[in-house]
Design a protein around this ligand. Structure first.
Ligand code: TNX
Length: 484
């Protein structure tokens, strides 16, 4: 993607500290990108940044390691573990004599290189001193590829767009009533049959194992962890159409193109269901380099609490047996999920009835991801005039998505229990990449800042001013977006 400067005073998410120092580093034909040490990841980050700069400025921007770069002038990218910066932290200094980006991990360098991309103009890198690190470890977005299917290329482009805002988790909702979206070799009918449907009756689709691996690699290269979700035991109509033997007795197995929820579930008393779950989770775990596997668990309406709880606990044990950490929608907190399970809060805000079990889970040791429907749901309409989207969790203006605090909402929990924030985009009404972008930007930008920036630094008026520069960039790059 082409670089487009938003200016030194418009970085989103706002850095921990940023001091504009005036005169900056002027880009010339002599400008080089120098990286150290001579390490594969550092080289890749330096090379990609230089390529971006080249596209943007038309300058040659050679990339070298220091030994080869005698007399080189320009941009230094330095991995210095001994600095002891936070995992994703970095420092950035730009002055007439040159630019230095430093971090203690390659991930920190990558995050810092996004700041550099934001502030760099076609002729200079403005004078600045930045010291930055995130507030929360989990800054995510979820894309529902089940209600409508999106191609690998579309998802890759979206990944590029969100990495620019230092998001680090892409949660893929890979299965629902309308479609199953990833090939599982041990259960081939899931993708072949379960994948051939979507909301509204379109053809659907699925990612082959190779395509899924390609998608994950694209995300990993941008330091985004892919968290795959297989939603169980409800939201499972597509799986049941493919494998009717694990449906409850009398269940009518037919493709579903509507948008109602709560009508489907596995036959949780059938041993074949546990075998099915083990096969799916085992294969998906082996295909997924990240530590997490999402088991869904939401909106199960036809099972008793005992049936639901038993299934959830067995499924979490299966996830753990395959070496992953389980995460589930907040219903799992009431189902006796062990403290190793991450709980994702999704209810409207503030709903104390739903928050109490989340706080109790946190008190028992579970980590919490906050996705309050009334703040983070990117499928909610901006206002009454928004054509796309729903409104069951309320209307969510750009300001409303920005002006809230996850710690304040969650309330008293042990230190470290709040892992971070995630903005889900359900796609019942969303059918194209342009529509994804329209619903995500600029609300997801605000969630990125909620997750990254210090609570004390957040202020709507300042944020809104910074956002204007990003809107201009989206317009220049053809990224669609809502209005502030
Ligand atoms: C609720 S939030 C759901 C999804 C829908 C969404 C629409 C959650 C865990 N479940 O199945 O797509 O509302 O906004």
């Amino acid at each position: 993607m082409k670089t487009f400067s938003v200016g030194v005073s418009a970085v989103i998410p706002a850095p921990r500290s940023l001091l504009a120092t005036g005169e900056g580093y002027v880009l010339t034909e002599a400008t080089t990108v120098v990286f150290t040490p001579d390490d594969g990841e550092v080289a890749r980050i330096a090379t990609e940044f230089a390529a971006d700069l080249r596209r943007w400025t038309g300058l040659a921007v050679p990339v070298t390691v220091p030994a080869a770069a005698t007399g080189a002038t320009g941009i230094r990218i330095e991995l210095l573990p001994e600095l002891g910066l936070a995992r994703e932290g970095y420092t950035l200094d730009a002055a007439p004599g040159g630019v230095i980006l430093r971090a203690s991990t390659a991930e920190g360098l990558f995050r810092g290189s996004q700041t550099l991309r934001q502030i760099c103009t076609d002729s200079a890198i403005p004078g600045v001193r930045i010291a930055d690190e995130p507030r929360f470890a989990w800054r995510g977005t979820m894309l529902d590829v089940a209600r409508h299917f999106f191609s690998v290329d579309d998802v890759k482009r979206y990944i590029d767009e969100i990495a620019y805002y230092k998001l680090n988790v892409l949660h893929l909702h890979l299965s629902d009533d309308q479609g199953w979206r990833v090939e599982i070799a041990a259960r081939p009918r899931l993708a072949e049959v379960g994948g051939a449907c979507e909301v509204g009756g379109g053809p659907g689709g699925f990612y082959t194992r190779e395509e899924y691996a390609d998608l994950v690699a694209h995300a990993t290269a941008r330091y985004l962890t892919v968290v795959p979700e297989i939603d169980m035991p409800g939201h499972t109509n597509a799986a049941l159409v493919a494998y009717p033997e694990i449906a409850p007795e009398g269940y009518l197995t037919e493709h579903f193109t509507g948008t109602e929820v709560g009508f489907s579930n596995f036959d949780v008393a059938n041993p074949a269901t546990d075998e099915f779950v083990d096969a799916v989770i085992g294969e998906l775990a082996a295909m997924t380099p990240g530590p997490y596997l999402h088991i869904g668990g939401d909106e199960v309406m036809k099972l008793t609490p005992e049936e639901f709880g038993g299934f959830v606990r067995r499924t979490i044990a299966t996830v753990e047996r395959h070496g992953k950490v389980a995460i589930g929608w907040d219903e799992v907190a009431r189902a006796g999920a062990p403290s190793s399970t991450v709980v994702q809060f999704w209810r409207t805000h503030p709903d104390q009835d739903f928050l109490a079990p989340i706080r109790e889970a946190a008190a028992r040791g579970s980590k919490i991801v906050m996705s309050p429907g009334s703040r983070t749901y990117l499928d909610m309409k901006y206002d009454e005039s928004t054509e796309l989207g729903q409104d069951w969790a309320g209307l969510i203006s750009v300001r409303h998505a920005y002006e809230w605090d996850p710690a304040e909402l969650l309330g008293e929990v042990p230190d470290g229990a709040l892992l971070g924030v995630e903005a889900p985009l359900w796609t019942e009404t969303v059918t194209t990449l342009a529509e994804i972008e329209f619903m995500a930007f600029p609300r997801l930008t605000g969630i990125a800042e909620v997750g990254w920036s210090a609570a004390s630094s957040r202020d709507w008026d300042g944020y809104r001013t910074r956002l204007a520069a990003h809107e201009a960039r989206w317009d220049a790059l053809g990224i669609s977006h809502g209005a502030v």
